[in-house]
Design a binder for this molecule. Structure first.
Ligand SMILES: C[S@@+](CC[C@H](N)C(=O)[O-])C[C@H]1O[C@@H](n2cnc3c(N)ncnc32)[C@H](O)[C@@H]1O
Length: 288
């Protein structure tokens, strides 16, 4: 979050957030249960997931020929987007062995249930982080949607994933750029806890460094932050907590207001309620 080159209103809002972070103790990160609960509320107020599902339907590279495909989804969560991807492939006449890697057992169970309801899909779950997962055999399609932010040694893990893609197959990574909304996450990240998130420019650099030719696209989307304006709104608090990744229960009304003012400043129309919520897509094809 830098004030250099920003419009005055945004610079002022960014400075107020930084001052609040400096003057009050930095809020702790969300626990897993709250993260999952607030994620649902956040997603219900954004059209990003519908647009990602649409992209998977319209823009997915042609998979290798043959009736049976192996698909790997990294950090599949509860499988909402995997259902959209799997349905697209099944409609194209494919039968799928679909592996999800997911550290949250609760989310992974839902992934298994959802995928298991689709015809011609055989789902399995690896309940672990990517770094600890054993990847056996080849995959026709590997997807990582909003899941590489925390992966350790990402260059090493991406090299491993790319090495597991069958000739003619693809790796698809979707990661957020470090713009308005995510600059707020960075401003609230507990200093010095060793965690740093990987945004899309870094993914791009890593893929370049690995010698991959990646097609890069941006999916534009919008998040409706209107409930956040009411400091007493539970819905607003949930959205604000997910978008900052921070437990805001103990922050002062002034801190809370600084966050709301920042959201107003990054809105498409300054002062409005719709804020940009883009995601960048990287497609690495024919990598084997
Ligand atoms: C924002 S969610 C996205 C879930 C899903 N891909 C989607 O778009 O609906 C991020 C997911 O990545 C998982 N995750 C976090 N760190 C991970 C790691 N090191 N390896 C694999 N998955 C991870 C989380 O548990 C969470 O389910």
């Amino acid at each position: 979050m830098t004030a250099v080159g920003m419009p005055a209103r945004l610079a002022e809002a960014a400075i107020a957030v930084r001052a609040a972070v400096r003057e009050e103790s930095i809020p702790p990160r969300l626990d897993e249960a709250t993260y999952l609960r607030t994620q649902r509320m956040y997603e219900a107020h954004s059209d990003q997931r519908v647009r990602i599902a649409q992209w998977l339907c319209d823009r997915l590279p042609a998979p290798p020929s043959g009736g049976r495909l192996r698909v790997l989804s990294i950090g599949c969560g509860d499988g909402t987007l995997d259902v959209a991807l799997a349905a697209t492939l099944v409609e194209r006449g494919k039968r799928l062995d679909y592996v999800g890697i997911e550290p949250s057992a609760a989310a992974g169970e839902t992934f298994l249930e959802r995928l298991g309801e689709l015809p011609d899909v055989n789902p399995t779950l690896v309940n672990s982080i990517l770094e600890d997962a054993v990847l056996d055999g080849w995959f026709d399609l590997v997807v990582a949607i909003h899941s590489l932010y925390y992966v350790r040694d990402l260059p090493g893990q991406l090299r491993r994933l790319i090495g597991g893609v069958r000739a003619g197959g693809s790796l698809i990574v979707m990661n957020a750029p470090l713009l308005g909304l995510n600059q707020l996450v960075e401003a609230l990240a507990p200093a010095g806890d060793g965690t740093s998130l990987t945004y899309s420019d870094e993914v791009s650099d890593i893929l370049d460094g690995l010698g991959c030719v990646a097609r890069r696209e941006r999916i534009d989307a919008a998040l409706d932050v209107s409930p956040c304006r009411d400091l007493r709104s539970d819905v607003g608090r949930d959205i604000l907590q997910f978008l900052t990744h921070a437990d805001l229960d103990a922050v002062s009304p002034r801190f809370h207001q600084a966050l709301v003012d920042y959201l107003r400043a990054i809105a498409f129309v300054p002062g409005g309620t719709l804020v940009p919520h883009p995601v960048d897509v990287f497609v690495v094809s024919n990598v084997a």
